[in-house]
Design a protein around this ligand. Structure first.
Ligand SMILES: Cc1cc2nc3c(=O)[nH]c(=O)nc-3n(C[C@H](O)[C@H](O)[C@H](O)COP(=O)(O)OP(=O)(O)OC[C@H]3O[C@@H](n4cnc5c(N)ncnc54)[C@H](O)[C@@H]3O)c2cc1C
Length: 348
């Protein structure tokens, strides 16, 4: 295997600007794109550089039009019929060529399945470092380097990582962690269409069929309300109450890892360090102790409500409203109350 050429000998001063790799599959823009743009703008302003957004694909005019309403200096659309469907090889080849040509100083990618697939390969080809799953990004005022912070050692400490000798400085950022970009008050972001070099022989994997998931997909990231259950439910059947409350509030069902590990609910519902990071308006934690790894995924919620029978449970240190008591008494009362209010509102 050919070793990646390390760009150590290059003049690092040649690298400028902050780029983010947006995500658009089947014409749908992933919310992480706007989050990366929000964070990218902050970094670009600190460095007094431009913010560029890269979007790959074909037949995505609506998504591009929408994206142009948000704060970016340039949107680069890497357009090619062979990029219509995602392929690791095709996407990485095109990105590698583009990044080598444009030399951004910082490159941000979503820590989604898409980003986790392409980011390490791309970093390998570019001969630079990659810090995965960053929760905080800052510019070092002393030397302008990117300080990339992420949980380490099971979330027990936060590590700040730098990439001193190679460029671009690459980070993946988990969805739901960073604030979304603002809409432009007027005008549109500048759109540049780039036709990359790509041939069928560059993609050795053929897409045979696309199947929609059999079950309704869990969408914790966009949910305005998340009702989560923990080991305090005692049995998998306890999630019926969680579902009922989520349903009446128009929210999604979340879970602690303890319930996922016990096989009570699928990993798609897990909130936390090794699950999904959520940022809802209301997060209701039922029978969840508040371990640091769980808090890592929900502490940015606008309001946190905790229901726990142990008044000493650590979740009470982070919640806005705490209810000490048995969830099997509290949840049915909440469900009934919200149902009544909903009916009254519907008849008003
Ligand atoms: C590397 C690593 C990654 C991890 N990632 C995650 C992650 O992503 N997400 C995550 O959640 N965890 C994660 N964990 C696990 C985490 O450390 C905790 O073990 C887990 O969050 C505990 O889940 P829990 O709060 O449901 O259970 P417990 O800690 O057992 O808490 C149950 C709570 O229910 C309360 N309770 C019991 N009965 C009732 C009742 N009838 N009514 C009301 N309250 C009741 C109890 O007082 C208790 O506070 C990770 C751990 C490691 C080491």
């Amino acid at each position: 295997m050919k070793r990646a050429k390390v760009n150590q000998g290059e003049d690092l001063q040649e690298y400028k600007d902050v780029y983010v790799i947006g995500e658009c599959l089947d014409g749908r823009l992933h919310p992480v794109t706007l989050e990366l743009m929000g964070e990218g703008r902050k970094l670009a302003n600190q460095l007094k550089r431009h913010l560029g957004v890269i979007l790959l694909g074909d037949g995505m005019d609506e998504a591009l039009e929408h994206l142009q309403d948000y704060d970016a200096d340039v949107i680069y659309h890497l357009k090619h019929p062979l990029l219509k469907d995602f392929s690791t090889e095709g996407y990485v080849k095109v990105l590698n060529d583009f990044i080598r040509g444009n030399k951004p100083e910082i490159l941000l990618i979503g820590a989604t399945s898409y980003g986790r697939d392409i980011a390490p390969r791309l970093a390998g080809r570019l001969g630079t470092g990659l810090t995965a799953d960053c929760t905080k990004l800052e510019i070092d005022p002393a030397d302008g380097k990117l300080l990339q912070t992420r949980p380490a050692f099971g979330g027990n400490l936060m590590a700040t990582i730098i990439c001193p000798k190679n460029r671009p400085q690459m980070s993946t950022v988990r969805p739901g962690v960073m604030e979304r970009a603002h809409k432009l008050a007027e005008g549109k972001a500048h759109l540049v269409t780039v036709i990359p070099e790509l041939e069928p022989k560059d993609i050795r994997v053929a897409l045979v069929e696309k199947k929609p998931p059999a079950k309704k997909q869990v969408n914790l990231i966009d949910a305005r309300v998340v009702v989560s259950g923990g080991r305090g439910l005692k049995t998998p059947e306890g999630f019926r109450l969680i579902e009922e409350l989520a349903d009446v509030l128009g929210g999604e069902v979340g879970s602690s890892r303890a319930c996922v590990d016990a096989g009570w609910i699928s990993h798609a519902h897990q909130v936390g360090q090794t699950g999904t990071t959520v940022r809802p308006e209301i997060y209701i934690a039922c029978g969840i102790s508040g371990a640091i790894q769980h808090l890592a995924g929900m502490s940015e919620a606008d309001y946190i409500v905790a229901i726990n029978k142990d008044p000493e449970a650590p979740i009470f240190n982070v919640c806005d409203y705490g209810i000490v008591g048995d969830l099997y008494e509290i949840l049915p009362a909440m469900i009934e109350d919200y149902r009544k209010r909903k009916e009254e509102a519907n008849h008003a």
